[in-house]
Design a protein around this ligand. Structure first.
Ligand code: IPM
Ligand code: MG
Length: 356
């Protein structure tokens, strides 16, 4: 088995280094190969997702990804910006199912900006469709406006669209995931305004007929944004499109008060996956050795579970993370009075030790 390791930009290299140390300590048989991605790849090869990196990712059973992006690339033409690497990997590997758990760890309940009683025990799974919607829909571009409020004016446009098979497959992923949890799915849409999301709602409802043991409800995205801060624990599995999922998953992550703790997985139909922390490249703290490596370490655990079929090793990592939290070790992002502040590498050391 092969893992492509793509640390990327900013804190990416620091956090991935710790996850790689943890993976190596497991004594499992897999090969790891590193490559450049994002801004550093643009600097070295003139493209954020060089052919060689894409080839490595395609051949691998799983990709361990750090983060991409830095303000210094903001002025580049869109196709050369670091973010295009992650979009390119998703599209080229067909990674349509994005799992973003938002779990509030017992010891971190007070890190949330919400009242502790609202978030204690929170465990939501956001399933975001990742290869369709307005992020990839054609046509898109700039032109002279042919109609609308200002005919003849300069205009930019994107296209929101979903085909039936795209909605069907993500709905199935959500219902299957719910079967392993509390058997409840909330499908988030904007069916009151958008054709695309009326269709989404209709197709999800049809697919639901195959899962009568799972409870399904529908919610408009604006209401979902509100309910997430009002009563987040009412949610279990949330399934939604690419753009709404992008926004709601950040909101849900923040409820836990510790985005530095949250892993994510993006899977295709053959269980090949890309695993990355839910947070970004944090250029402001890059190179300082203070970034929280736990989201990446937990992403490595998800990788073992979903793509490499190593459930036991996945649990070993997750238990080790719980142990270091119980020991009171905290990187600055989750530090509070009465706990011990540690840096990126020290946190990695502690997880390694806790593996047992
Ligand atoms: C995410 C990020 C990406 C997205 C960006 C970096 C392209 O925000 O993974 O949520 O919009 O999907
Ligand atoms: Mg996002």
């Amino acid at each position: 088995m092969k893992i492509a390791v793509l640390p990327g930009d900013g804190i990416g290299t620091e956090i991935v280094e710790q996850a790689v140390r943890v993976l190596k300590a497991l004594d499992l048989k897999f090969e790891m190969e590193q490559a450049l991605v994002g801004g550093v790849a643009y600097d070295a090869h003139g493209h954020p997702l060089p052919e060689s990196t894409l080839k490595l990712a395609k051949e691998a059973d799983a990709v361990l990804f750090g983060a991409v992006g830095d303000w210094k690339y903001d002025k580049l033409e869109r196709q050369f910006r670091p973010e295009q690497a992650i979009l390119g990997l998703r599209k080229n590997l067909g990674l349509f199912a994005n799992f973003r758990p938002a779990i509030c760890y017992e010891q971190l309940t007070h890190a949330s900006s919400l009242k502790p009683e609202l978030v204690a025990g929170l465990d939501i799974l956001i399933i975001r469709e990742l290869t369709g919607d307005i992020y990839f829909g054609q046509p898109r571009g700039k032109r002279t406006s042919p109609d609308g409020n200002f005919p003849g004016a300069e205009e930019a446009f994107d296209t929101m669209r979903y085909t039936r098979p795209e909605i069907e497959r993500i709905a199935r992923v959500a219902f299957e995931a719910a079967r392993k949890r509390s058997k409840r799915v909330t499908s988030v849409d904007k069916a009151n305004v958008l054709e695309t999301f009326q269709f989404w709602k209709d197709v999800v409802t049809e697919v639901h007929k195959d899962y009568p043991d799972v409870e399904l409800d529908h919610m408009y995205v604006d209401n979902a944004a509100m309910q997430l801060v009002k009563a987040p624990k009412k949610f279990d599995v949330v399934v939604t499109g690419n753009m709404f999922g992008d926004i709601l998953s950040d909101e849900a992550a923040m409820l836990t008060g510790s985005i530095g703790m949250l892993p994510s997985a993006s899977l295709n139909a053959s269980k090949q996956g890309l695993y990355e922390p839910s947070h970004g490249s944090a250029p402001d703290i890059a190179g300082k050795g203070v970034a929280n490596p736990l989201a990446t370490i937990l992403s490595a655990a998800m990788m073992l579970r979903y793509s490499l079929d190593q459930e036991e090793a996945a649990q070993r990592i997750e238990n080790a993370v719980k142990k270091v939290l119980a020991q009171g070790l905290r990187t600055p992002d989750i530090h509070s009075e009465g706990t011990t502040k540690v840096g990126t590498r020290e946190m990695g050391d502690a997880v390694l030790k806790a593996l047992g």
